[in-house]
Design a binder for this molecule. Structure first.
Ligand code: B12
Length: 216
Protein backbone atom coordinates (compact mmCIF):
# COMPACT_ATOMS: atom_id res chain seq x y z
CA UNK A 1 0.00 0.00 0.00
CA UNK A 2 1.48 3.36 -0.96
CA UNK A 3 -0.63 4.79 -3.76
CA UNK A 4 -2.45 7.97 -2.72
CA UNK A 5 -5.86 6.45 -3.37
CA UNK A 6 -4.98 3.41 -1.21
CA UNK A 7 -3.90 5.66 1.64
CA UNK A 8 -7.14 7.67 1.40
CA UNK A 9 -9.17 4.48 1.45
CA UNK A 10 -7.26 3.19 4.47
CA UNK A 11 -7.80 6.53 6.23
CA UNK A 12 -11.51 6.27 5.50
CA UNK A 13 -11.56 2.73 6.95
CA UNK A 14 -9.51 3.70 10.03
CA UNK A 15 -12.00 6.46 10.90
CA UNK A 16 -14.94 4.13 10.32
CA UNK A 17 -13.33 1.49 12.55
CA UNK A 18 -12.54 4.05 15.25
CA UNK A 19 -8.85 3.12 14.95
CA UNK A 20 -7.20 6.17 16.49
CA UNK A 21 -3.59 4.98 16.25
CA UNK A 22 -4.11 3.75 12.69
CA UNK A 23 -5.71 7.01 11.59
CA UNK A 24 -2.87 9.03 13.11
CA UNK A 25 -0.25 6.86 11.43
CA UNK A 26 -2.02 6.97 8.06
CA UNK A 27 -2.34 10.75 8.22
CA UNK A 28 1.43 10.94 8.59
CA UNK A 29 1.83 8.52 5.73
CA UNK A 30 -0.49 10.62 3.55
CA UNK A 31 1.66 13.70 4.10
CA UNK A 32 4.78 11.65 3.43
CA UNK A 33 3.27 10.48 0.14
CA UNK A 34 2.74 14.09 -0.91
CA UNK A 35 -1.04 14.11 -0.46
CA UNK A 36 -2.23 17.66 0.28
CA UNK A 37 -3.66 17.85 3.83
CA UNK A 38 -7.01 19.12 2.58
CA UNK A 39 -7.20 16.25 0.07
CA UNK A 40 -6.55 13.78 2.89
CA UNK A 41 -9.32 15.37 4.97
CA UNK A 42 -11.85 15.59 2.14
CA UNK A 43 -10.93 12.32 0.47
CA UNK A 44 -10.27 10.14 3.53
CA UNK A 45 -11.56 11.51 6.81
CA UNK A 46 -14.81 13.21 5.80
CA UNK A 47 -16.18 10.18 3.89
CA UNK A 48 -15.21 7.97 6.87
CA UNK A 49 -17.04 10.06 9.47
CA UNK A 50 -19.97 10.49 7.08
CA UNK A 51 -20.29 6.74 6.71
CA UNK A 52 -20.08 6.32 10.50
CA UNK A 53 -22.95 8.80 10.82
CA UNK A 54 -24.95 6.89 8.24
CA UNK A 55 -24.42 3.58 10.07
CA UNK A 56 -25.45 5.24 13.31
CA UNK A 57 -28.55 6.59 11.63
CA UNK A 58 -29.41 3.09 10.44
CA UNK A 59 -28.96 1.60 13.89
CA UNK A 60 -25.85 -0.40 12.94
CA UNK A 61 -23.50 1.80 14.99
CA UNK A 62 -24.17 2.88 18.55
CA UNK A 63 -22.82 5.95 20.31
CA UNK A 64 -19.53 4.32 21.41
CA UNK A 65 -18.68 3.48 17.78
CA UNK A 66 -19.56 7.02 16.69
CA UNK A 67 -17.44 8.49 19.48
CA UNK A 68 -14.52 6.23 18.50
CA UNK A 69 -14.86 7.28 14.85
CA UNK A 70 -14.85 10.95 15.86
CA UNK A 71 -11.75 10.38 18.01
CA UNK A 72 -9.96 8.66 15.14
CA UNK A 73 -10.86 11.58 12.87
CA UNK A 74 -9.58 14.09 15.40
CA UNK A 75 -6.32 12.15 15.85
CA UNK A 76 -5.70 12.28 12.10
CA UNK A 77 -6.72 15.96 11.94
CA UNK A 78 -4.16 16.77 14.64
CA UNK A 79 -1.47 15.46 12.29
CA UNK A 80 -2.86 17.18 9.19
CA UNK A 81 -3.79 20.58 10.60
CA UNK A 82 -0.26 21.91 11.17
CA UNK A 83 0.48 21.11 7.52
CA UNK A 84 -2.61 23.07 6.47
CA UNK A 85 -1.37 26.07 8.36
CA UNK A 86 2.06 26.06 6.74
CA UNK A 87 0.85 28.13 3.79
CA UNK A 88 -0.50 30.80 6.17
CA UNK A 89 1.95 33.64 6.46
CA UNK A 90 -0.33 36.64 6.12
CA UNK A 91 -2.53 37.50 9.07
CA UNK A 92 -4.09 40.72 7.90
CA UNK A 93 -7.42 39.74 6.36
CA UNK A 94 -9.52 40.20 9.47
CA UNK A 95 -10.42 38.88 12.89
CA UNK A 96 -12.81 35.97 13.23
CA UNK A 97 -14.52 34.65 16.33
CA UNK A 98 -15.67 31.08 15.74
CA UNK A 99 -17.50 28.51 17.85
CA UNK A 100 -20.16 25.84 17.96
CA UNK A 101 -23.45 27.08 19.35
CA UNK A 102 -24.74 26.47 22.85
CA UNK A 103 -26.04 22.95 23.51
CA UNK A 104 -23.97 21.45 20.71
CA UNK A 105 -20.68 19.64 21.23
CA UNK A 106 -19.84 18.85 17.58
CA UNK A 107 -16.56 20.63 16.93
CA UNK A 108 -14.79 18.83 14.08
CA UNK A 109 -16.23 20.92 11.23
CA UNK A 110 -15.94 24.16 13.19
CA UNK A 111 -12.27 23.46 13.93
CA UNK A 112 -11.59 22.67 10.29
CA UNK A 113 -13.20 25.94 9.19
CA UNK A 114 -11.18 27.86 11.80
CA UNK A 115 -7.94 26.18 10.75
CA UNK A 116 -8.48 26.97 7.07
CA UNK A 117 -9.40 30.57 7.85
CA UNK A 118 -6.19 30.91 9.86
CA UNK A 119 -4.21 29.25 7.08
CA UNK A 120 -5.63 31.81 4.67
CA UNK A 121 -4.70 34.94 6.54
CA UNK A 122 -7.43 35.51 9.14
CA UNK A 123 -6.75 35.90 12.83
CA UNK A 124 -8.97 33.29 14.43
CA UNK A 125 -10.31 33.22 17.98
CA UNK A 126 -11.76 29.76 18.54
CA UNK A 127 -14.21 29.71 21.45
CA UNK A 128 -14.71 25.93 21.25
CA UNK A 129 -18.09 24.22 21.44
CA UNK A 130 -21.27 24.85 23.45
CA UNK A 131 -20.83 28.61 23.20
CA UNK A 132 -23.75 30.81 24.33
CA UNK A 133 -24.57 33.92 22.26
CA UNK A 134 -23.40 36.17 25.10
CA UNK A 135 -19.90 34.68 24.93
CA UNK A 136 -19.69 35.06 21.15
CA UNK A 137 -20.72 38.70 21.55
CA UNK A 138 -18.34 39.44 24.43
CA UNK A 139 -15.40 37.93 22.57
CA UNK A 140 -16.27 39.74 19.33
CA UNK A 141 -16.42 43.05 21.18
CA UNK A 142 -13.18 42.35 22.99
CA UNK A 143 -11.19 41.59 19.83
CA UNK A 144 -13.17 43.98 17.57
CA UNK A 145 -14.06 41.07 15.29
CA UNK A 146 -14.89 41.42 11.60
CA UNK A 147 -16.71 38.10 11.50
CA UNK A 148 -18.63 35.86 13.85
CA UNK A 149 -18.80 32.24 12.66
CA UNK A 150 -21.26 29.88 14.30
CA UNK A 151 -21.49 26.16 13.66
CA UNK A 152 -24.52 23.97 14.48
CA UNK A 153 -24.85 20.25 13.77
CA UNK A 154 -28.17 19.52 15.40
CA UNK A 155 -31.57 20.60 14.16
CA UNK A 156 -32.34 21.36 17.80
CA UNK A 157 -29.41 23.78 18.18
CA UNK A 158 -29.74 25.64 14.87
CA UNK A 159 -32.09 28.08 16.58
CA UNK A 160 -29.13 29.31 18.64
CA UNK A 161 -27.74 30.74 15.41
CA UNK A 162 -30.86 32.86 15.17
CA UNK A 163 -30.29 33.95 18.79
CA UNK A 164 -26.72 34.86 17.94
CA UNK A 165 -27.74 37.04 14.99
CA UNK A 166 -30.22 38.82 17.25
CA UNK A 167 -27.67 39.22 20.06
CA UNK A 168 -25.03 40.57 17.67
CA UNK A 169 -27.46 43.14 16.23
CA UNK A 170 -28.71 44.13 19.67
CA UNK A 171 -25.15 44.66 20.88
CA UNK A 172 -24.49 46.89 17.86
CA UNK A 173 -21.53 44.79 16.75
CA UNK A 174 -20.01 45.63 13.39
CA UNK A 175 -19.08 41.93 12.91
CA UNK A 176 -20.91 40.05 10.18
CA UNK A 177 -22.42 36.73 11.19
CA UNK A 178 -21.76 33.54 9.20
CA UNK A 179 -23.46 30.23 9.86
CA UNK A 180 -22.76 26.65 8.86
CA UNK A 181 -22.95 23.00 9.89
CA UNK A 182 -24.49 19.90 8.31
CA UNK A 183 -28.21 20.80 8.73
CA UNK A 184 -27.73 24.49 7.89
CA UNK A 185 -28.76 25.83 4.47
CA UNK A 186 -28.68 29.12 2.64
CA UNK A 187 -32.45 29.34 3.12
CA UNK A 188 -31.98 29.05 6.90
CA UNK A 189 -29.22 31.66 6.86
CA UNK A 190 -31.51 34.02 4.94
CA UNK A 191 -34.44 33.32 7.25
CA UNK A 192 -32.48 34.25 10.38
CA UNK A 193 -30.85 37.30 8.81
CA UNK A 194 -27.30 35.92 8.84
CA UNK A 195 -24.78 37.62 6.55
CA UNK A 196 -23.45 34.43 5.03
CA UNK A 197 -23.51 30.65 4.79
CA UNK A 198 -21.09 28.07 3.39
CA UNK A 199 -21.38 24.31 3.31
CA UNK A 200 -17.69 23.45 3.54
CA UNK A 201 -14.45 24.87 4.83
CA UNK A 202 -13.05 25.94 1.47
CA UNK A 203 -16.28 27.78 0.64
CA UNK A 204 -16.18 29.30 4.13
CA UNK A 205 -12.82 30.91 3.33
CA UNK A 206 -14.20 32.37 0.07
CA UNK A 207 -17.25 33.64 1.96
CA UNK A 208 -15.10 35.23 4.67
CA UNK A 209 -12.92 36.95 2.08
CA UNK A 210 -16.01 38.30 0.35
CA UNK A 211 -17.52 39.56 3.60
CA UNK A 212 -14.39 41.47 4.56
CA UNK A 213 -14.14 42.91 1.04
CA UNK A 214 -11.02 40.94 0.13
CA UNK A 215 -12.22 38.85 -2.80
CA UNK A 216 -9.34 37.22 -4.62
C1 B12 B 1 -18.94 12.92 14.66
C2 B12 B 1 -20.36 13.06 15.14
C3 B12 B 1 -20.59 13.10 16.51
C4 B12 B 1 -19.47 13.12 17.54
C5 B12 B 1 -18.95 14.58 17.66
C6 B12 B 1 -17.49 14.63 18.04
C7 B12 B 1 -16.94 16.05 17.94
N1 B12 B 1 -16.06 16.36 18.87
O1 B12 B 1 -17.31 16.84 17.09
C8 B12 B 1 -20.22 12.61 18.82
C9 B12 B 1 -20.15 11.10 18.82
C10 B12 B 1 -19.70 13.15 20.16
C11 B12 B 1 -21.64 13.04 18.48
C12 B12 B 1 -22.61 13.27 19.44
C13 B12 B 1 -23.94 13.50 19.13
N2 B12 B 1 -24.50 13.48 17.89
CO1 B12 B 1 -23.47 13.49 16.26
N3 B12 B 1 -22.69 13.27 14.56
C14 B12 B 1 -21.44 13.16 14.20
C15 B12 B 1 -21.38 12.98 12.66
C16 B12 B 1 -21.23 11.48 12.35
C17 B12 B 1 -20.27 13.71 11.92
C18 B12 B 1 -20.15 15.23 12.20
C19 B12 B 1 -18.81 15.69 11.65
O2 B12 B 1 -17.86 15.90 12.39
N4 B12 B 1 -18.72 15.79 10.30
C20 B12 B 1 -17.48 16.14 9.60
C21 B12 B 1 -17.33 17.66 9.50
C22 B12 B 1 -16.03 17.98 8.74
O3 B12 B 1 -18.42 18.15 8.76
P1 B12 B 1 -19.39 19.34 9.31
O4 B12 B 1 -19.41 19.33 10.78
O5 B12 B 1 -20.66 19.27 8.57
O6 B12 B 1 -18.61 20.67 8.89
C23 B12 B 1 -18.39 21.10 7.56
C24 B12 B 1 -19.52 21.99 7.01
O7 B12 B 1 -20.77 21.76 7.60
C25 B12 B 1 -19.02 23.39 7.19
N5 B12 B 1 -19.22 24.08 8.48
C26 B12 B 1 -19.32 23.56 9.71
N6 B12 B 1 -19.45 24.53 10.62
C27 B12 B 1 -19.43 25.70 9.97
C28 B12 B 1 -19.54 27.02 10.43
C29 B12 B 1 -19.54 28.07 9.51
C30 B12 B 1 -19.66 29.47 10.00
C31 B12 B 1 -19.41 27.79 8.14
C32 B12 B 1 -19.43 28.92 7.15
C33 B12 B 1 -19.30 26.47 7.67
C34 B12 B 1 -19.31 25.44 8.58
O8 B12 B 1 -17.62 23.24 6.98
C35 B12 B 1 -17.19 22.02 7.63
C36 B12 B 1 -15.95 21.52 6.96
O9 B12 B 1 -16.13 21.25 5.58
C37 B12 B 1 -22.78 13.56 12.24
C38 B12 B 1 -23.35 13.02 10.92
C39 B12 B 1 -23.08 13.93 9.75
N7 B12 B 1 -23.04 13.34 8.61
O10 B12 B 1 -22.97 15.15 9.91
C40 B12 B 1 -23.63 13.19 13.46
C41 B12 B 1 -24.88 13.99 13.80
C42 B12 B 1 -24.66 15.47 13.57
N8 B12 B 1 -25.06 13.73 15.23
C43 B12 B 1 -26.29 13.61 15.58
C44 B12 B 1 -26.77 13.42 16.91
C45 B12 B 1 -28.26 13.22 17.09
C46 B12 B 1 -25.87 13.44 18.01
C47 B12 B 1 -26.24 13.29 19.50
C48 B12 B 1 -27.47 14.08 19.96
C49 B12 B 1 -26.38 11.78 19.79
C50 B12 B 1 -26.85 11.41 21.19
N9 B12 B 1 -28.00 10.79 21.20
O11 B12 B 1 -26.21 11.72 22.15
C51 B12 B 1 -24.95 13.79 20.18
C52 B12 B 1 -24.95 15.33 20.35
C53 B12 B 1 -24.73 15.83 21.72
C54 B12 B 1 -24.68 17.35 21.72
N10 B12 B 1 -25.37 17.96 22.66
O12 B12 B 1 -24.07 17.99 20.88
C55 B12 B 1 -27.23 13.73 14.36
C56 B12 B 1 -28.00 15.04 14.32
C57 B12 B 1 -29.42 14.83 13.88
C58 B12 B 1 -30.18 16.11 13.82
N11 B12 B 1 -30.92 16.24 12.76
O13 B12 B 1 -30.13 16.95 14.66
C59 B12 B 1 -26.24 13.48 13.17
C60 B12 B 1 -26.63 14.20 11.86
C61 B12 B 1 -26.19 11.95 12.95
C62 B12 B 1 -27.46 11.39 12.32
N12 B12 B 1 -27.39 11.00 11.07
O14 B12 B 1 -28.48 11.30 12.95
N13 B12 B 1 -21.81 13.15 17.13
Amino acid sequence: MGQPEDILLELNKAVLAGDEAGARELAGRALGAGIAPLAAIDGGLVPGIGEAGRLWDEGEYFLPELVAAAQAMKAAMAVLQPALAVDGGRRGLGRVVIGTVEGDIHDIGKTLVGTLLAANGFEVFDEGADVPPSRFVARARHVDADLLCASALLTTTMSRQRDLVAAAREAGLRAKVCVGGAPVTQAWADAIGADGFADNAVAAVALARRLVGRDA
